[in-house]
Design a protein around this ligand. Structure first.
Ligand SMILES: C[S@@+](CC[C@H](N)C(=O)[O-])C[C@H]1O[C@@H](n2cnc3c(N)ncnc32)[C@H](O)[C@@H]1O
Length: 270
């Protein structure tokens, strides 16, 4: 369309809100449209903490990657990587170790196009267009095969993506398939939205989301989220609300972290 920016890939319906672009809006990015902003604002009306929640999740991703880099992980498989924004995984990882390799995976054409643009010329990072619901395709994708040596420890990042997978697609089986492909000493870093901290607000958010965005949101309980770590050993402090996971300074932890409706954790495959 004539009034759309040149970076919009062909076939993208900018009139329909989309999960990657709504998240980009909350994070203060510029790759979103009126439909995404309207939904972002409607959800922020139900959950006024939404932008802070998105920022806290993104900050957790950065701390988790730094933690994994310090543990010696040099290769990362980031699934549901999103539209690139501040603190991208390859930037954080390659700052810690310039040899670090990152295979990004997303299903969204805008995330793919923008990632390709910013990764041009970076030999050690690439984006694959693939669906988390088909983990075998991810594991055999040329980008993953080129960048990830599955005989060596890797960091599997599933940060705020599994709540877009329905129970009927058995997200626990999908994670187990990915886990089985990882070498011992690998890590899983995961973040997942829950309804447990404030159930009424969470359910209202889910409702607004699911009537406006093409990909459904599936909030889960703490016990259901914990099951994603089967076959891994959680590192301290375990499965906690995002601001509580190894904060840079104690003052970063709010008085009621359960207001940050995402549980996060990092775990090691023995
Ligand atoms: C909320 S964003 C999270 C982005 C990033 N992981 C972060 O923490 O900042 C979720 C991303 O998951 C992607 N996604 C949703 N369903 C997916 C699927 N089935 N396979 C791959 N990616 C998916 C969306 O396109 C979106 O970019």
């Amino acid at each position: 369309m004539a009034d759309e920016p040149s970076w919009v890939p062909p076939g993208v319906d900018t009139k329909r809100a989309n999960v990657a672009r709504v998240y980009d809006y909350w994070l203060g990015g510029s790759h979103n449209f009126l439909a995404d902003q309207d939904v972002g604002r409607a959800i922020a009306a139900v959950e006024p903490n939404m932008r802070a929640i998105a920022r806290a999740n993104r900050a957790f991703l950065g701390r988790a990657v730094r933690f994994l880099a310090a543990a010696g992980v040099q290769q990362f498989l980031d699934i549901g990587s999103g539209i690139p924004t501040e603190g991208n995984v390859h930037e954080v990882a390659q700052r810690a170790d310039p040899r670090a390799r990152v295979a990004y995976v997303d299903i969204d054409p805008v995330a793919i196009a923008h990632s390709q643009a910013i990764l041009a010329g970076n030999e050690n990072a690439e984006i694959a267009e693939a669906d988390l619901r088909d983990p075998d395709k991810i594991l055999t994708h040329p980008a993953a095969e080129r960048l990830i040596d599955f005989g060596q420890p890797a960091g599997l990042l599933l940060v705020v993506v599994l709540h877009f997978i329905a129970d009927t697609d058995d997200p626990w089986r999908l994670v187990a398939t990915l886990r089985d492909a990882l070498a011992p000493g690998s890590y899983l870093a995961l973040g997942h939205a829950t309804y447990e901290g404030k159930p009424a607000v969470a359910r209202a958010t889910e409702k607004v989301y699911n009537r406006s965005v093409s990909t459904e949101l599936h909030l889960r309980s703490r016990a259901e989220i914990l099951r994603f770590f089967d076959g891994f050993e959680l590192v301290d402090p375990g499965l906690v609300y995002a601001p509580m996971w190894r904060p840079d300074v104690p003052a970063d932890v709010p008085s009621d972290p359960s207001q940050f409706g995402c549980l996060v954790g990092v775990a090691r495959k023995p």
